[in-house]
Design a protein around this ligand. Sequence first.
Ligand code: TNX
Length: 531
Amino acid sequence: MRKPVLGLVTLISAVLFSCQKPLSELESAAIIPLPSSIVAGHGSFELNSGSAIQIIGNSEGLQGLGEVLASRLKPATGFDLPVNADGGDIQLELLGGEESEAYTLVVEEDLIKITANSEAGLFYGIQTLVQLFPVAIENNSITEASWTVPAGKIVDQPEYGYRGSMLDVARHFFTVDDVKYYIDEMAKLKLNSLHLHLTDDQGWRIEIKSWPNLTTIGGKSEVGGGDGGFYTQEDYKEIIAYAAKNYITVIPEIDMPGHTNAALASYGELNPGVNLPDGDFSTMNEGEIDFDILDGDPKAAEIYTGIEVGFSTLATNKEITYQFVEDVIREISEMTPGPYFHIGGDESHVTEKDDYIEFVERVQKITAKYGKTSIGWDEIATTELLKGNVAQFWALAENAKLAIEQGNQVLMSPAKKAYLDMQYDSTSRLGLHWAAYIELDSAYIWDPENYDPGIKKQDIFGIEAPLWTETIETREDLNYMVFPRIAAIAEIAWTPSEKREWSDFQKRIAVQGKRWDINGIGLYKSPKVEW
Ligand code: TNX
């Protein structure tokens, strides 16, 4: 009697199946970075003017998170979605428990639910949810569309805890609004760390109250001789607060002892050496004598507007230099809630090796005194690193290995892959190419844990894509260099390597390109993608 039973089961399931809607399109949705797990369900959720966002759980930021979602959905739909604790068909639930950036997103026909242990997790769930709506959701004015989200379940969490981008505001200055714009775009890609390269030879961009010339002199120029600019301490705090609302930590960088010409132009006493002028003082008239020089201080350097590197150094053997460094680190640390302070340390070609080591070791102690963990470019690994400090790998794997041998971790920014200022190819209208030409596929197809045999998964602190701005002057320039490559780096930082596939990314980035287009972002339309 087995056969008829089996037949009946088959019949019943066939009937059941034919009643069910087909599997939704969730699995082919263009989410970037790609989540760890996506399982399609049946049917879809449709947002309507009666929809509401319900926040569940106990935390100060929940209301704000609900509003983030409401404000992302409002312009195109025109729906004023209320955010409240009483009820709603889109639920954001904070579970509490172990701190993590993970989230779960469940879409059913009449309910969307995002759950997470932390506010950041909910924030990332929201970013994913927005990407599940039709691309027209990006429109800035009310659009007729059916605002459906494919049903299913996404369980997601990042591969690396530090997922960053660096903005060089020293070579060319970028305004507070530009930085906020950059933060918005980073957040959509679930990046959580903004490294601000605040000082370099061509400009000092952060107000230091105890050393005012840094900005009144050192902040007034930039590459090419433009006006430059700087952030007041209020501006800087505004950036930090804006970043925090986007679950982004700001890492301030003061590059030293090299890359310091702007500081050296602001204060003669920070320059090495005493440049006594030639000639006989007794024959000089008053006014011809530079009293700074007679006091033993060398002259301030000239303002520099070119793009050479490696020619400047602080006087590493003078106490005044350490007073300066400490004042700068103290003032900035007091305004910076994040745990990191980037001390630069790259390309100090005119600092004696021993002096460099002494300097970097001493500066690490100063950042520690103000409660910060130091990050520095990979050269700092040639010195003794304090426990927990991080070397940012950009050029030399030997340096990365020196850090690892000391028990320290490495932040991965290999210039050949992760540098957003490298040209795409020899015809790119902007950018440099000293490290490589980096097309979109090249930026995508690499794996931090296999990049160099000496650097293993457990040695990696995180991933960061730096944008140096020698050739980047405007937001338009920035857009062209950053998009689409930043999405490739964001996916490398978020998605486990076994899930990443170029052919799949090609399809998803084409959809993402439509979103950027609608937002007016003039991205580089790589020939590697059918946009
Ligand atoms: C090298 S990367 C530098 C920067 C330049 C960049 C240009 C690094 C740590 N130093 O000073 O802006 O190349 O690509």
